[in-house]
Design a protein around this ligand. Structure first.
Ligand code: ADP
Length: 200
């Protein structure tokens, strides 16, 4: 007998007494997910770190979920096939949601190449709490920057399924923020993001 076959029938949602609202109130902030999407090397992590510093300096409670870092732990069993990328985004979105339920402003840096999965992440949150930030840098510039040396490997055929090279990136259609990084600096962009957020 498969003892897991009726798992969903026997899984309950446990009501928690100290709820999301209380936790957010204690932190004097409204929980958010700031979801940075864009090609590898676009500048997601760099800009997100500046946003995080600015928010912390103004007394906000934040946490960064960086896709690269999550792949060292929670998502270390996942590769870069489409199915694994979808699962990578799903797990990250749910962790971000849990952190938002703890009252935090969660900064997510994830290529997250598919519109449908970004929509799934958005739908976990209340209206206005999910801020999609499209870090828009042309592929040629990302490949020139190549901060991790990955484009070089991808163009040499040493790694496969690399977003922008031999895997698709679906640009956001109507992100809350569309940042073009060429000709500006990470700190200027981070300042723009924080100004856009109504975090009072
Ligand atoms: P991602 O997280 O999107 O993969 P990273 O933030 O790791 O990208 O790398 C982006 C690289 O581009 C960094 O080396 C950064 O210094 C550089 N860079 C140059 N100009 C900008 C800019 N305006 N915004 C963000 N990063 C920039």
């Amino acid at each position: 007998m498969d003892c897991h076959s009726d798992r969903s029938d026997n899984t309950f949602w446990q009501h928690l007494i100290v709820d999301r609202t209380t936790r957010a109130l204690l932190k004097s902030q409204r929980p958010r997910i700031l979801w940075f999407t864009g090609l590898s090397g676009a500048g997601k992590t760099t800009i997100a770190n500046h946003v995080d510093m600015l928010l912390c300096a103004s007394g906000k409670h934040t946490f960064i979920l960086d896709g690269d870092n999550l792949r060292h732990g929670l998502n270390q069993d996942l590769g870069f096939t489409i199915a694994d990328r979808i699962e990578n985004i799903r797990r990250t979105a749910h962790v971000a949601k849990l952190m938002a339920d703890a009252g935090l402003i969660v900064v997510v840096c994830l290529i997250s190449p598919y519109r449908q999965e970004r929509r799934m992440a958005r739908d976990l949150m209340e209206p206005g709490e999910f801020v999609e930030i499209f870090v828009d840098t042309p592929l040629e510039i990302c490949a020139e920057r190549d901060p991790k040396g990955l484009y070089k490997k991808a163009y040499a055929g040493e790694i496969r399924n690399f977003t922008g090279v031999d895997e698709v990136y679906e640009c956001p259609v109507s992100p809350e923020l569309h940042l073009r990084t060429v000709g500006t600096t990470p700190i200027d962009l981070a300042t723009q993001i924080v100004a856009h957020l109504d975090l009072a």
